[in-house]
Design a protein around this ligand. Structure first.
Ligand code: HEC
Length: 168
């Protein structure tokens, strides 16, 4: 159930509610406090999830240059369904997160999962050019969410938000 996975990502929001879903508000410090306020367990899960995501993304490059579309399809599917959180979040954690999620975070997360499913689809159809397109869109999506919610981890992103792909 990718729903659960999403929730994981949403966990971050718990502490970022102060943002009120305003994408244009980018005060890095407030965000940092937010994520850091998460419970140990949830934050751990989030980090694991992020690292798994990164590993998945990195594994796509050698598969791509070798024309291994099947491998890309499988990886994209895993990303779409998310890796770890799926198994790890309890129902009450899910509920808790769900009740506090900021809209902006949900949007970023949904967009990311949408792009993963498009990548999966492109790989399934052996469309090299489209695979490249959605892979790069996914990279943009990482940066887009980090620019809003993870500048404490990636401080150089804090001033680049205006350049991101925001729809107004
Ligand atoms: C919906 C929001 C969102 C999306 C999309 C997202 N991230 Fe993250 N990511 C975060 C947040 C928030 C943190 C900071 C977590 C923390 O500080 O505990 C983070 C942290 C990370 C970290 C550091 C993890 C650690 O603690 O060591 C990595 C690596 C990472 N993300 C990779 C990625 C990659 C790669 C993608 C895209 C394929 C991605 N993220 C997409 C929100 C997101």
């Amino acid at each position: 159930m990718k729903f659960i996975i999403r929730i994981t990502l949403l966990a971050i929001l718990v502490s970022t509610t102060c943002y009120g879903g305003d994408k244009h508000n980018h005060k890095a410090n407030e965000k940092a406090v937010g994520v850091e306020a998460l419970s140990h367990d949830l934050r751990d899960l989030l980090s694991q999830e992020m690292r798994a995501l990164q590993n998945g993304m990195m594994s796509i490059i050698p598969a791509y240059i070798a024309g291994d579309w099947t491998k890309i399809e499988t990886t994209a599917e895993k990303i779409k369904n998310s890796y770890i959180l799926k198994q790890s979040l309890t129902e009450s954690q899910v509920k808790e997160l769900h009740s506090v999620l900021p809209q902006a975070f949900i949007k970023e997360d949904e967009r990311f999962h949408y792009l993963a499913s498009m990548l999966e689809h492109a790989a399934k159809n052996n469309k090299a050019e489209l695979i490249n397109f959605y892979f790069s869109k996914m990279n943009e999506s990482c940066v887009s969410c980090h620019t809003i919610f993870a500048t404490h981890k990636f401080p150089t992103l804090s001033s680049t938000e205006e350049k991101g792909e925001h729809t107004h």
